[in-house]
Write a protein that binds this ligand. Structure first.
Ligand SMILES: *Cc1c(COP(=O)(O)O)cnc(C)c1O
Length: 350
């Protein structure tokens, strides 16, 4: 049977009924890529898996939450949705909003959104409003607007987003036959770590897995509110998707960490870029910088990992979202020569 999206697949675990009209772009069902080259390179006697969320229809895991949030908004009779976004939420909201025929408004921090994400929101026909402020300011604004006007908020404070996103954990358990030992994930607004932990616990409680993973949340050093224990007023990082100074699901992220005996740690932009290059050049997997934070985190914490463990890293977004960053940090530059075969062969060193 044709795969028809994660609500259809996991309907019995999600808040939908037989009469719910499902808004889907066939999101979910993403690859779990075994990363043996990376394990060898890190000298880790473990199985590393990369959950490649970049293969979702708009190129990030946000589609998992958005199919649920927009399906429910439509079911509840809403005519418009709104979100604050570092980019991927706006792309997903705009796409699912278009599919559902809803008016979509997205607020973005002016100048801090990757080009791929911006172009998506514009193409899907959303009203894109760039504010002179950061993500945290944008989120405050959309919370206020959705309180006072008939517009549904589709940020991850919308509980349906978490419901959709928890299905990533279901897919991992089904692919591995059990939960992994360690689950590395970037932490921005902290909705996704909350969602995965919920998903793992639900399948564990249903007897579909024998264990729960340690939740290893990774923040960027310049935006590491949870690690540092206080809000960051002016968060900075090259990983714009996690450039957030006051995570909305802060408490839930700490609960996931503590209940799973995991950790929330931070990595520098330099280490994120190293992981970004390493993933692409050793595994053939291009993920956007924020998505490489968990891999940088794994590298940082590798001496604490038990041998023979199964490790999953969530690669939250596609590397094509941020081509400027790829071109800036790629290890091999474009080499130029004439169209003469002799020159080409000489340049190739043959
Ligand atoms: C949204 C996003 C994150 C952060 O997820 P949270 O749920 O906000 O913690 C990480 N990486 C990418 C690519 C994202 O789009």
């Amino acid at each position: 049977m044709r795969y028809n999206g994660l609500i259809d697949k996991y309907r019995e675990y999600l808040p939908v009924s037989d009469s719910t009209e499902i808004i889907t772009l066939c999101e979910g069902n993403t690859p779990l890529i075994k990363a043996d080259n990376l394990a060898r390179k890190l000298e880790l006697d473990c199985e590393i898996y990369l959950k490649y969320e970049g293969s979702n229809p708009t190129g990030s895991f946000k589609d998992r939450g958005m199919t649920m949030a927009v399906t429910k908004a439509k079911e509840e009779g809403s005519h418009a949705i709104i979100c604050a976004s570092t980019g991927n939420t706006s792309a997903a909201a705009a796409a699912y909003g278009a599919k559902a025929g809803l008016k979509t408004y997205v607020l973005i921090p002016d100048g801090y959104i990757a080009l791929g994400k911006l172009s998506q929101a514009m193409m899907y026909g959303a009203r894109v409003i760039a504010i002179n402020g950061n993500f945290d300011n944008a989120l405050d604004a959309v919370r206020e607007i959705s309180k006072n006007y008939p517009i549904t908020l589709v940020n991850s404070v919308n509980p349906y987003r978490i419901e959709g996103q928890k299905t990533g954990a279901f897919e991992i358990i089904e692919a591995l036959g059990d939960a992994p030992d360690y689950h590395f994930i970037p932490v921005g607004n902290a909705g996704n770590i909350t969602a995965y932990w919920k998903g793992y616990r639900e399948f564990f409680n249903l007897g579909k897995s024998k264990q729960l993973p340690k939740m290893m949340g990774i923040q960027a050093e310049g935006s590491a509110a949870i690690v540092k224990g206080h809000k960051i007023d002016n968060p900075q990082t090259i990983a714009t998707a996690i450039r957030i100074g006051n995570p909305a699901s802060w408490k839930q992220a700490e609960a996931a960490r503590d209940e799973s005996k995991g950790t929330i740690d931070m990595v520098s932009d330099e280490k994120i870029i190293e992981a970004y290059n390493l993933l692409a050049s050793t595994e053939g997997v291009l993920a956007e910088p924020a998505s490489c934070a968990p891999v940088a985190g794994l590298i940082k914490l590798k001496d604490t990992i038990k041998p023979k463990s199964k490790i999953v890293c969530i690669l939250t977004g596609n590397g094509l979202k941020d081509p400027d960053c790829a071109i800036k940090y790629a290890k091999s530059p474009v080499e130029k020569t004439t169209s003469d075969i002799k020159d080409i062969v000489k340049l190739m060193g043959l």
